[in-house]
Design a protein around this ligand. Structure first.
Ligand SMILES: Nc1ncnc2c1ncn2[C@@H]1O[C@H](COP(=O)(O)OP(=O)(O)OP(=O)(O)O)[C@@H](O)[C@H]1O
Ligand SMILES: Nc1ncnc2c1ncn2[C@@H]1O[C@H](COP(=O)(O)OP(=O)(O)OP(=O)(O)O)[C@@H](O)[C@H]1O
Ligand SMILES: [Mg+2]
Ligand SMILES: [Mg+2]
Lengths: 263, 263
């Protein structure tokens, strides 16, 4: 059975599709077979990224490993959409070492179903109290957490749905901050403190985040990631930010612990 | 009749709610009366921001101007949701100088209806080819625009809907880059070139963007913006980034040209 990684956060623009693609390429690079499912298929960022990669491979006759990919566009009929997602998921889970599922920054029955398949749920968020607001409501004066908010509640509900299906309800929920800047101490400290407090209450673990680095986004049209850059000649220059980004990704993949699980 | 500003982009996390709030406070600061409508009311970032402001005003007995605000949560019945939005909008448009509408980072009938009310549509996006992808499909090799994509198409459709209602179909569509960093020349130049080309094809104008500045997000829990900081004593320090942010906001508000329209 495959190890299932869902990348989710109802907050928009936190880095879900970017992280999905970089996880896929990292896992392929480690020799694992990967099935990827785009549940945000109207926007289709991941589908476009994978498509650009296939086109680049064909255009330049490069040896670029690819996932087996499927996009499930929403049709307006939530139940029918969920049936198609379930079918695609069961097929990939039986045939691949890892399944990576990218979800939209909004609430949809398919996204909830996708979350209920997760062995590992990866939730990126911006280093911002605005992003934290979808995980927890914070009391302004005291900076104490009043209660978990709607995305944390949704994750609880999907764990319940999983248990109702008779599957183990244990989901390894990993939260990481994304687009971290090197500036500003006070905002960062507030976020660290609040996330640490929330992780105990809601049951997720926090791992070191990803820096704000152009390398994470500049090769979208080519379908490439920094993992691919070690294969010459792709025509992109190497610098310190790439080295740091490579380490950040390795930390993320190791934290998920997939390679041990597979085959 | 009010001047209606819609802040929209189907891409998640581009800064819609942040810009909505900063526009609201800037317009209030110029002495205009503002009605604000949150069409993304499950996530409710703008509603929470305005609510935090009201709580801060009450807690510290400050003279903080507030908009008249309403949130329209989605109920699952698109037609009923749209009827409630229409009613709230007609009421605010009759009684205020400006109506600001924040929309979600996804497609929803209410969001389309909201877009069709716009005199000015403000579309923020990250300085990233990933964000550009929802506006236009770009050919990787030549960096030429193949065709507009789904958000640009949606905007066209809402202009048509507006014309079908017998209203003037002229919408002033403003696109600006957000969270601009001071680094990286090549990615920035690509974005500038592609946006300039797209603006001619699709019919929007580009204005100078907003920098990546912590001041735009660090006062969310207090309900404050940098516009409020000139009133002492709010306990936040002032620096060069605030001065630059103030100028960026002034450029945005002036580009919209509201104050001339009202009263
Ligand atoms: N670590 C990073 N460094 C620099 N840019 C980043 C990083 N992570 C993401 N981005 C950029 O931030 C924006 C948001 O990322 P992305 O589209 O992956 O988020 P998302 O959560 O999938 O958004 P949505 O909610 O729309 O699905 C994109 O423009 C992307 O290129
Ligand atoms: N100019 C800026 N400088 C620094 N941070 C910013 C800036 N603009 C927005 N942010 C931060 O970026 C994130 C996304 O902004 P925001 O939530 O306003 O976007 P949105 O488009 O409303 O997202 P959604 O699609 O979820 O509605 C938030 O964490 C916000 O605090
Ligand atoms: Mg995405
Ligand atoms: Mg928003």
């Amino acid at each position: 059975k495959a190890h299932v990684i869902v990348v989710g956060n109802e907050k928009g623009g936190t880095g879900k599709s970017t992280i999905s693609m970089h996880l896929i390429v990292s896992l392929l690079d480690r020799g694992l077979s990967v099935g990827s499912i785009d549940v945000d298929a109207r926007q289709a960022t991941l589908t476009r990224y994978v498509g650009n990669r296939a086109a680049r491979r064909d255009r330049a006759e490069l040896d670029l490993p690819l996932p087996e990919h499927v996009a499930i566009p929403p049709t307006g009929d939530g139940a029918a959409d969920c049936a198609r997602l379930e079918e695609a998921f069961r097929d990939f889970a039986a045939r691949h070492d890892v399944v990576v599922i990218d979800t939209p920054g909004s609430d949809h029955p398919m996204s909830r179903l996708g979350h209920s398949f997760a062995d590992t749920l990866v939730t990126p968020l911006n280093d911002s109290l605005v992003d934290l607001d979808v995980l927890a409501l914070v009391e302004p004066g005291t900076m104490k957490i009043r209660r978990p908010s709607h995305y944390a509640e949704m994750v609880w509900e999907t764990k319940k749905a999983r248990a109702m299906r008779g599957e183990k309800a244990v989901v390894d929920w990993i939260v990481l901050r994304n687009r971290l800047s090197t500036l500003d101490a006070r905002n960062k400290r507030d976020m660290e403190k609040l996330l640490a407090e929330l992780s105990k209450r809601v049951g997720f673990r926090i791992i070191p985040g990803l820096g704000e680095r152009v390398i994470y986004r500049s090769m979208f049209l080519e379908g490439l990631t920094l993992i691919d850059l070690k294969k010459k000649p792709l025509g992109f220059d190497f610098n310190m930010s790439h080295v740091a980004a490579r380490q950040e990704l390795r930390t993320l993949v190791d934290a998920i612990g997939v390679s041990a699980a597979a085959g």
